[in-house]
Write a protein of this length. Structure first.
Length: 542
């Protein structure tokens, strides 16, 4: 779904789009920044020149093994240098990475490989105790188009990325208007949608988000969140930091035990966190012996940060808070470092580009006044015009004139700042992980002891929201532990496994006979806690 030609020409005329591919941009960064450090991972350090050379040799190796322009490659890697190298190698070839998260399992990966008709799948050997080679074997059996599995580390029966090193070859540069990569939607209806991002729209995303964050060549960015996610990848993230000539430090986890020593050692100036991780950091900072004084800016996004924890960021971590509201579909709204404390605490800032067009509308699609709550609609130079292979769905979520219906309920202040109030669609935001209720419900209904299932959000001081599975049993109801084991066995990602179970005789219904999620949420939120099995929940999160 390309931008209309007249609008695309206008974006280029205004300088939003510069006609450069992401692979060509890396080449220019290497020419300018040369021997400056680009990436740090553990004890390994790569200069811009070394990184550019590594990408060239990896691209040549992929081409030799048959990877061609336009082919889709599912990339599921943790925060290791191979993640960034693989992405840029694919950018140079013109092949299209499909960004999967480390937490995804068979259910999600099989879908992504099948739906995208991926010819390749890139994984680590093991990460956090999970063997991705075993997952690759299962997925390969279910995805007939999947020809190649490339592994970072011990490849086992597959092909090691370390064996892909070949002499560089001349590759034609893709068109900057071509799709560069596929990001994943939060998933409001079933499996995630694939979001096509072009070279020039995503390059602009990196540039303008870096400018808003004040990045320059002295910036040191800590990737504490998975860099496969849009927030840590390009908002400005790892790629935006490289664009500015800064240094990107890759952390395998967001734990203070790992990240605080990295902040001290690398003199980290900026990082991005989700609210639960921000709370963990602030609690850990009270007993911290590491020097965090280099930190200048902490972005918090993924889900709404409450006013009270927002007030604690500066006195606890000693840096400025940047609230960040965004979506892989495009729009970013962020507070500015020079905003007043009041704005940074209560709002999610302003759209970052002068080309962003936003509307706040009521349920009938009519624009409403500032200060009233309505659904956010947006279009602009880095907001997609449609999901991949979803023509019918696109008609329901994009207006005829190209505005994306975000499903977010917001109010707009007279100064142009957005305040996020919730979601219009049935999706649960569990600490920044978006969970489509109907996807989990479908899996629950496959359990032989469950006759009816509804997944609802329950408030949580740490995660923002947790999930509660309300079930109507067939005979003896299953326990939460049994449900967790069942869903894991079906290959569902751990973060989608319900945190809580409520067994009911029937569901409250709306006037037209549908399950009333509002009444269910009120019922489970106001009632004493249902069956909580801490051990099962802990096991499900591994």
């Amino acid at each position: 779904m390309p931008w209309p030609a007249q609008i695309a020409d206008d974006y280029r005329l205004k300088g939003y789009w510069e006609g450069l591919t992401l692979g060509a941009l890396l080449r220019s960064w290497a020419e300018v920044y040369g021997e400056r450090t680009a990436l740090v991972s553990g004890e390994d350090r790569l200069s811009y020149a070394q990184f550019d050379s590594r990408v060239d040799r990896l691209a040549a190796g992929l081409v030799k093994r048959g990877i061609a322009p336009g082919e889709r490659i599912v990339v599921q890697l943790p925060n290791i240098p191979e993640l960034v190298s693989v992405l840029f190698a694919l950018f140079r070839i013109g092949a299209l990475p499909v960004m999967a998260l480390p937490a995804h399992r068979r259910n999600e990966i099989s879908y992504l490989c099948d739906f995208s008709e991926a010819v390749g799948y890139v994984v680590a050997d093991r990460f956090q105790g999970f063997d991705y080679r075993r997952l690759a074997s299962e997925v390969q059996d279910a995805a007939p188009a999947l020809e190649h599995v490339f592994v970072a580390g011990d490849a086992g029966e597959f092909e090691a990325l370390s064996d892909m090193d070949e002499d560089p070859i001349t590759l034609p540069d893709p068109d900057a208007a071509d799709v560069a990569l596929f990001l994943l939607s939060g998933g409001t209806t079933g499996p995630p949608k694939l979001i096509p991002r072009t070279h020039e729209d995503y390059a602009y995303n990196l540039r303008v988000s870096g400018e808003v964050a004040g990045l320059d060549s002295d910036a040191v960015y800590l990737a504490a969140l998975p860099a496969a996610h849009n927030f840590a990848l390009g908002c400005p993230g790892v790629l935006g930091t490289l664009r500015a000539g800064g240094k990107a430090v890759l952390a395998l986890t967001g734990s203070p035990d790992e990240t605080f020593p990295l902040i001290e050692r690398e003199r980290v100036t900026i990082t991005a966190l989700v609210p639960p991780l921000a709370l963990m950091w602030m609690d850990a900072a009270a007993h911290n012996n590491h020097d965090l004084s280099s930190l200048e800016l902490v972005q918090v996004g993924g889900s709404k940060l409450g006013a009270e924890p927002a007030r604690r960021i500066r006195p606890t971590l000693g840096c400025t808070l940047q609230q960040s509201f965004g979506m892989a579909e495009g729009l970013l709204s962020q507070t500015r470092p020079d905003d007043t404390e009041g704005i940074r605490i209560i709002s999610q800032g302003r759209p970052i580009s002068p080309g962003d067009e936003i509307r706040v509308v009521d349920s009938s699609g009519q624009d409403i006044r500032d200060g009233e709550v309505g659904e956010l609609l947006v279009r602009g130079p880095y907001t997609t015009r449609g999901y991949y292979r979803a023509l019918d769905y696109n008609k329901s979520v994009f207006t005829s004139d190209g505005f994306f219906r975000t499903g977010d309920l917001v109010k707009l202040t007279p100064a142009g700042n957005l305040i996020i109030e919730g979601r219009a669609r049935d999706v649960i935001n569990r600490g920044g992980d978006k969970i489509a209720a109907d996807e989990v419900e479908d899996h629950l209904l496959a359990h032989p002891a469950i006759r009816g299932a509804a997944l609802v959000a329950i408030p949580d001081n740490v995660m923002g929201e947790r999930t509660c599975a309300c079930v109507i049993p067939r005979g003896q109801p299953p326990t939460l532990r049994e449900i967790a084991q069942f869903l894991r066995g079906r290959g569902l990602a751990a973060y989608k496994v319900p945190d809580r179970l409520e067994v009911l005789d029937s569901f409250p219904l709306t006037g037209v006979g549908k399950v009333s999620k509002a009444d269910l949420r009120a019922l489970v939120s106001g009632a004493p806690s249902g069956e909580l099995d801490d051990q099962a929940t802990s096991e499900a999160s591994v």
